[in-house]
Design a protein around this ligand. Structure first.
Ligand SMILES: NC(=O)c1ccc[n+]([C@@H]2O[C@H](COP(=O)([O-])OP(=O)(O)OC[C@H]3O[C@@H](n4cnc5c(N)ncnc54)[C@H](O)[C@@H]3O)[C@@H](O)[C@H]2O)c1
Length: 370
C-alpha cells in the first residue's frame, strides 16, 4: 500500500503521525511511505532521517494526498484538504466527527474511509485517545495556571498557595484519562482538588490513589454548581465516546464563578461540555472572556508539546497502521475489533452510531458493508 504522511496544517500543530522508526516498520512490511518534506520539522526530524528509514520524500502535501492510498496523520483534515478525498482513500487520524458536520459530509459524499483514532476501542478503553488525553488533562492545568495570572487576565492567584495563604481550588469534571492527568498535575502543584464523575468506579480509583487529598463528588447539576462556583480553575474532560459532549456546566453556573477564574474545556474537540464554550480556539488565540471568566478551548492541546506527544501517539498507532496497510481496511476490520470500531465512515455512509446520531445522518452498520 502507498501510505502518506503529510505535514499537519492545523494552527500551531507541530506533531507528526509517524516517526522514522514507524516508517521503517511499514517499509519492512512491503509498503511505500511518502513523507512530506517538512512533516517532521516541528519536532526536529529531518527529511534525511525519514529517507534513511526508507521513506520517499515528496515536496508537497498535495502530492502526498494525491498519490497515497492511506493518509496517516494526526489531526482531522481541514477544509483545504477535503478536495483530496476520494472513493476508497483511507484516512487514519483523529476525526472527532460528532462536532464537525462539514467533515462528515465531505467524507460521506466522497466515499472516503475515515478511521478515527478516538473511537478505536480495546477492552472497553480507547487506546489511541489515551496518550493524548493524559497530555491534554495535564497541560490543561498548566494553561489554567497561566491564565490565572493577572498579566494574562486572571484573578492573580497562585494555585499552590503559600504558608498562611490557602491554595487555589481546581475542579475537574470527568475523571477519566484526561481528568486523571489534570488531577495528578493539580495535586502535584499543591492545589485543592475536587473531581466529579458519573462513574462510581472511577471515583473509587481516585479515592484509592489520593485518599483525602482529592475530594470526589458524583456529577449531578447541584454538585457541579456547588464546586464550579467555588473554583479558580475548572477543567472539563467529559466524554461519552463518539457523541457530541453534553453541557455539564451551564451558563448559569459560569455566571456564579468569581471573575478572573479560568475554565479549560479539554472536551471541546467533541463539542465541549460547558454551555458558554461556543467555539474552539487555537494556540495562537487560545482564550476568550465571557461573564468575566477566561475560557480556554484549544482543541489540539498536545500540539504544543509535540515531541512528547508524537512519540506517545506513534507508539500506539503504528501497530494499527501496519495492520490496516497489510490487510486492507476491510480484512483488518474483520480480523480486529479495534480497527472495526475505529471506522466512522465508509462507502458513503456513517458507520459509527454515536456520530450518526450526533450529526443527524443515517447510520449503517459496518458489518452490512464489509
Ligand atoms: N483538547 C484537546 O487537545 C484534547 C486532548 C486530548 C483529549 N481530549 C478530549 O478529552 C475528552 C476526554 O477524553 P478521555 O480520554 O479522558 O475520556 P475518558 O472516557 O477516559 O473520560 C471521560 C470521563 O467523562 C465521564 N463523564 C461522562 N459523563 C459525565 C458527566 N455528565 N459528568 C461528569 N463526568 C462524566 C466518564 O465517566 C469518564 O470518566 C475527549 O473528548 C477527548 O477527545 C482533548
Amino acid at each position: 500500500m502507498i501510505i502518506g504522511i503529510p505535514k499537519e496544517i492545523k494552527d500551531e500543530e507541530y506533531r507528526v503521525s509517524a516517526l522514522p522508526s514507524t516508517v521503517e516498520q511499514l517499509v519492512k512490511n512491503g509498503h511505500t511511505v511518502l513523507v512530506e518534506k517538512t512533516a517532521g520539522e516541528g519536532i526536529g526530524i529531518s527529511s534525511d532521517e525519514y529517507k534513511n528509514a526508507g521513506a520517499e520524500i515528496v515536496e508537497t502535501g498535495k502530492e502526498v494526498w494525491e498519490r497515497s492510498e492511506m493518509i496517516y496523520k494526526v489531526k482531522e483534515p481541514l477544509l483545504e484538504e477535503f478536495k483530496y478525498f476520494r472513493e476508497n482513500l483511507i484516512i487514519f487520524c483523529y476525526l472527532h466527527l460528532a462536532a464537525n458536520e462539514n467533515l462528515v459530509k465531505a467524507l460521506v459524499e466522497s466515499k472516503t474511509v475515515g478511521i478515527a483514532y478516538e473511537t478505536v476501542e480495546k477492552n472497553g478503553a480507547l487506546p489511541l485517545l489515551k496518550p493524548m488525553s493524559v497530555i491534554g488533562g495535564s497541560m490543561g492545568i498548566f494553561n489554567g495556571l497561566k491564565y490565572l495570572e493577572k498579566t494574562h487576565g486572571g484573578k492573580g492567584k497562585m494555585i499552590s498557595g503559600m504558608p498562611g495563604v490557602a491554595p487555589g481550588h481546581v475542579v475537574v469534571i470527568g475523571a477519566g484519562v484526561a481528568g486523571q492527568g489534570a488531577i495528578r498535575t493539580a495535586v502535584g502543584l499543591g492545589a485543592r482538588v475536587t473531581a466529579l464523575d458519573v462513574s462510581f468506579d472511577t471515583l473509587l480509583d481516585i479515592q484509592n490513589i489520593y485518599g483525602g487529598a482529592v475530594e470526589t463528588m458524583y456529577s449531578n447539576p447541584a454538585n457541579v454548581m456547588k464546586s464550579v462556583k467555588d473554583a479558580d480553575i475548572v477543567v472539563s474532560t467529559v466524554l461519552i465516546p463518539g457523541y457530541r459532549a453534553i453541557n455539564v456546566v451551564t451558563e448559569e453556573m459560569v455566571k456564579q464563578m468569581e471573575p478572573g477564574s479560568v475554565i479549560v474545556d479539554v472536551s471541546i474537540d467533541q463539542g465541549g461540555a460547558v454551555e458558554t464554550m461556543d467555539h474552539a480556539t487555537t494556540h495562537s488565540d487560545p482564550v476568550y472572556i465571557k461573564h468575566g471568566i477566561i475560557h480556554y478551548a484549544v482543541a489540539n492541546i498536545p500540539g504544543t508539546v509535540a515531541e512528547t506527544a508524537s512519540v506517545a501517539l506513534s507508539n500506539e498507532t503504528t501497530r494499527y497502521a501496519i495492520e490496516i496497510a497489510n490487510k486492507g481496511w476491510q480484512q483488518a476490520a474483520l480480523d480486529n475489533y479495534s480497527i472495526k470500531s475505529g471506522i466512522n465512515t465508509a462507502e458513503g455512509y456513517v458507520t459509527y452510531k454515536a456520530v450518526a446520531e450526533s450529526v443527524g445522518y443515517d447510520y449503517k452498520k459496518i458489518e452490512d458493508i464489509i
